[in-house]
Design a protein around this ligand. Structure first.
Ligand code: SF4
Ligand code: SF4
Length: 376
C-alpha cells in the first residue's frame, strides 16, 4: 500500500460526502440518550466532538473532553452487529389460500453500509461473525447481503477504555486486520488532522480526489506514539496462555457457583457482545389465522428457553449458563472457529448490571486451578 497520507478534520466531510455519493449509507458514532451510539450520520457535525466515555464494571457515562476530538472515546454500547446481524428480522410470510397456503420469502436489499469509526477489536469481531455466518456450511442470507459491500473506515484507538483488553486478545489497539481506510486522530496545539492508511483499491479510488497529502515522518511518529500509549494503558488484562485447557479442566471449580450467586441471568453480556451470534425463531399469526410470519431474533445462552428440548432445559441453573458462556467464548470457540470468541472490547463488563468481569473470573479460576492444586 502507498505511504500513509494526512487529511484535515474539515476534509473528513468530503470523505463522508463521497461515500454518500457512491451510494453508501454512512453509519458512525453519535450522541443519543446520554450515550455514544452508532447511527446514521451525514457529516462530521453528527460525530461526538469533544466527548468521551468512562467505562468500568457496570458503569458507563459520557463526559466532556478538554479538546475537540471526534473519536476520543472507546466503544459504543451497541456494536456494529446490530446492522449486519439485526436483533430482529422477518424471514418469511405465509398467506392462507383456500385449503393451502403460500410462503412469501422476505425480499432482501443491499444496504451498502459504510461504517465510520470502527475500532480494531470491532473489525476482529466482524471477522469472527463472518466465519459463523458466511464462511461455514450454512450461509445467513441477511448477514451476507448486509456484509457484501461493507466499507470500513477504521480508527486506531487514541485512548484505552476502562474495561478494554484488546492487547491481551491481540486484537488491537492498532488496526491490523482487513479494512478500507484506517485513521489515527492527532490533536496537537492548533492542529487537528488524521493520518490515513489505505487498505483496499476501492478505498484508493474513494480518496483519490480528496485533499490528502503524504504524511511526514514526524506525523507518522506521533500517530504511532498515540497507539503505543493506548496499548500501554489497557484497562484490563487477560492471561490467555493455555486458557482453553484451564477452563476445560476446571468445569467443577467452586468459582462457577460463586459467580452464579452474583449473576442475574439477564443476558446483557451476550446482547452487548459483538461476537455472540445465537438466535431463535418465533412464528406469529394474526387473529384470522390467514396470515403468519416467521421472525428470527437474537437469543442468549442465559435464557431458560434457549436450551429447552422435549421435557426439560439442558442448562437449568445460572451456574451452568455462565460456565457455558465463558467456556464457549474463551475455550470451545477455539476448537469450533479456530480463534477466541472474545476480542477484548470490554462491553460485557461495562454492561453487566452487577459488574461481573470475565477477566477477573478467569484470574480467580487460575489462582485456585483445581487440577494444579490436586496435583501438588
Ligand atoms: S466476551 Fe466481552 S470483552 Fe469479549 S468480545 Fe464479548 S463483550 Fe467484548
Ligand atoms: S454476567 Fe452480568 S450481564 Fe451477563 S447474564 Fe450475568 S448479570 Fe447479566
Amino acid at each position: 500500500m502507498d505511504k500513509p497520507s494526512v487529511i484535515d478534520k474539515e476534509d473528513l466531510n468530503k470523505l463522508i460526502a463521497k461515500l454518500n455519493q457512491q451510494g453508501y449509507k454512512t453509519i458512525g458514532p453519535t450522541i443519543r440518550g446520554e450515550a455514544i451510539v452508532y447511527d446514521r450520520i451525514s457529516s462530521i457535525e453528527d460525530l461526538p466532538e469533544g466527548w468521551t466515555d468512562e467505562q468500568g464494571p457496570g458503569h458507563y457515562r459520557i463526559k466532556k473532553r478538554n479538546d475537540k476530538a471526534l473519536f476520543g472515546f472507546n466503544v459504543s454500547p451497541h456494536s456494529w452487529k446490530q446492522f449486519l446481524h439485526p436483533p430482529e428480522k422477518k424471514l418469511w410470510t405465509a398467506e392462507k389460500n383456500g385449503s393451502s397456503f403460500k410462503i412469501i420469502p422476505e425480499e432482501l436489499e443491499n444496504p451498502k453500509f459504510a461504517f465510520i469509526g470502527v475500532r480494531s477489536c470491532e473489525l476482529h469481531a466482524i471477522a469472527i461473525q463472518d466465519k459463523v455466518f458466511i464462511q461455514g456450511p450454512h450461509i445467513d442470507s441477511v448477514y451476507q447481503i448486509n456484509r457484501k459491500d461493507l466499507f470500513t473506515v477504521a480508527v486506531n484507538c487514541g485512548q484505552a477504555g476502562g474495561t478494554c483488553f484488546c492487547v491481551s486478545m491481540q486484537t488491537g489497539p492498532k488496526v491490523n486486520s482487513e479494512f478500507d481506510l484506517a485513521l489515527t486522530e492527532v490533536l496537537e496545539k492548533d492542529k487537528h488532522y488524521f493520518v490515513v492508511e489505505t487498505g483496499s483499491d476501492r478505498a484508493q479510488s474513494i480518496i483519490e480526489n480528496l485533499d490528502l497529502r503524504t504524511a511526514e515522518n514526524q506525523e507518522l511518529k506521533i500517530a504511532e506514539e498515540i497507539i503505543d500509549n493506548t496499548a500501554q494503558n489497557m484497562g484490563r488484562f487477560l492471561d490467555t496462555e493455555g486458557i482453553k485447557e484451564t477452563l476445560f479442566e476446571n468445569l467443577e471449580h467452586p468459582r462457577w457457583e460463586e459467580v452464579a450467586n452474583r449473576c442475574l441471568s439477564c443476558a446483557n453480556c451476550t446482547m452487548a457482545c459483538p461476537t455472540c451470534f445465537c438466535s431463535t425463531v418465533e412464528d406469529v399469526t394474526d387473529i384470522t389465522g390467514d396470515h403468519a410470519e416467521r421472525w428470527q431474533k437474537w437469543d442468549s445462552c442465559f435464557t431458560m428457553d434457549f436450551t429447552y428440548i422435549h421435557g426439560g432445559h439442558v442448562r437449568n441453573s445460572t451456574k451452568s449458563q455462565y460456565r457455558q458462556w465463558m467456556t464457549h467464548k474463551l475455550a470451545s470457540w477455539i476448537d469450533q472457529f479456530d480463534s477466541s470468541g472474545c476480542v477484548g472490547c470490554g462491553r460485557c463488563i461495562t454492561w453487566c448490571p452487577v459488574g461481573i468481569d470475565l477477566t477477573e473470573e478467569v484470574a480467580a479460576i487460575r489462582k485456585s486451578d483445581k487440577t494444579k492444586i490436586d496435583n501438588i
